[in-house]
Design a protein around this ligand. Structure first.
Ligand code: PEP
Ligand code: MN
Length: 347
């Protein structure tokens, strides 16, 4: 059960509600968001009738019974789409947001060139990894804090907000000092300690689906972040592992409408990691927008042939310019009414 407190609820009123929940045999999970406080009453739903009485307590706006195991993330808990604001950029609103940039920050020159190209293309945010999760310990691991400093300088020059990955709970504080959005990568989607830590941050989180994660598991991971107090979570479909080996992963395109039904959180699609090959990025990016993705994460590199990471799936800047035009015309058709209801109701 979810108890939503009024915007102006006082601490004393919150304490009273928590005490009542606990005396009813439930565990109270208090989640303080920027806008309002939400309490998850965790326990056997059979006691719900008793718990429902909390509705009349001072400071309480509403009480909701949620059937899914993920509570705060569920569409039931919030009918309206969540719109996440990063500076001027809105994710989950009427515009389809494009996040573009190289897999990894390699040098100041490389990142600056990519940043200006992303800006010129009309991308809304710049991506680039400073801490890279690589399959081989001998591969380029990222520039670390120096990479973060370069990203911050690129933001200064272009005005584009920065999306970058954080791999360890102990590094959240460091990364959030530079980043506008914290990325949790596919390999860390069930690193619950990290999820709790980014849940304590006030920076929005881009949570990538793991290569073997069900949508319910992905939503449970989002729930970890939200239960720790950070409600600004965007989900990212980046391809899953299947028997097919022609592409790096298999883009689960149906994840977009399914997630849109199950959750109010914005959904981003990453066709770069899904396919692993630059020539497939364009068609799948267009498909993603057509099925209602709120944004795209696209790897772009000024010189893919010499990239230190994921060059084969990176678009050259000119290819991104072209793709942006196509995306815009598709988005115009499919995104009417987004940022309000999820658009799946038949009228
Ligand atoms: C990335 O975005 O560069 C990345 C490593 O992605 P994923 O975690 O989806 O593999
Ligand atoms: Mn990559």
């Amino acid at each position: 059960m979810i108890i939503v407190m009024k915007k102006n609820a006082e601490q004393g009123q919150l304490d009273d509600v928590v005490a009542w929940i606990e005396s009813s045999g439930y565990k109270a999970n208090v989640s303080k968001g920027v806008e309002r406080t939400i309490i998850g009453a965790i326990g056997d739903e059979r006691g719900k009738i008793k718990l429902k009485a909390v509705e009349t307590m001072r400071g309480v706006e509403k009480v909701m019974l949620i059937l899914q195991p993920y509570k705060l993330a569920s569409r039931e808990s919030r009918e309206d789409d969540t719109v996440i604001k990063v500076g001027e950029v809105e994710i989950g609103g009427p515009k389809c947001v494009v996040i573009a940039g190289p897999c990894a920050v390699e040098s100041e020159e490389q990142l600056m060139e990519a940043a200006y190209a992303a800006k010129k293309a009309g991308a809304s945010m710049l991506r680039g990894g400073a801490f890279k999760p690589r399959t081989s310990p001998y591969s380029f691991q990222g520039l670390g804090e120096e990479g973060l400093r370069i990203l911050a300088r690129a933001r200064e020059k272009t005005g584009l907000p920065i999306v970058t990955e954080v791999m360890r709970g102990s590094e959240v504080e460091l990364v959030e000092n530079y980043a506008d959005v914290l990325q949790v990568g596919a390999r860390n989607v069930q690193n619950f300690a990290l999820l709790k830590q980014v849940g304590l941050s006030r920076k929005p989180v881009l949570l990538k689906r793991g290569m073997m994660t069900t949508l319910e598991e992905l939503l449970m991971s989002a729930e970890y972040i939200m239960a720790s107090g950070n409600h600004q979570v965007m989900l990212c479909e980046r391809g899953i592992r299947t028997f097919e080996t022609a592409t790096r992963n298999t883009l689960d395109i149906s994840a977009v409408p399914v997630l849109k039904e199950k959750t109010h959180l914005p959904v981003i699609v990453d066709p770069s990691h899904a396919t692993g090959q630059w020539q497939f990025v364009r068609p799948l990016a267009k498909a993603a927008v057509a099925v209602g993705a709120d944004g795209l994460l696209i790897e772009m590199h000024p010189d893919p042939d010499h990239a230190l990471c994921d060059g084969s799936q990176s678009l050259k800047p000119e290819k991104l310019y072209k793709l942006m035009e196509e995306i815009e015309s598709i988005a115009k058709i499919v995104r009417k009414g987004y940022g309000q209801k999820h658009g799946l109701h038949q009228s």
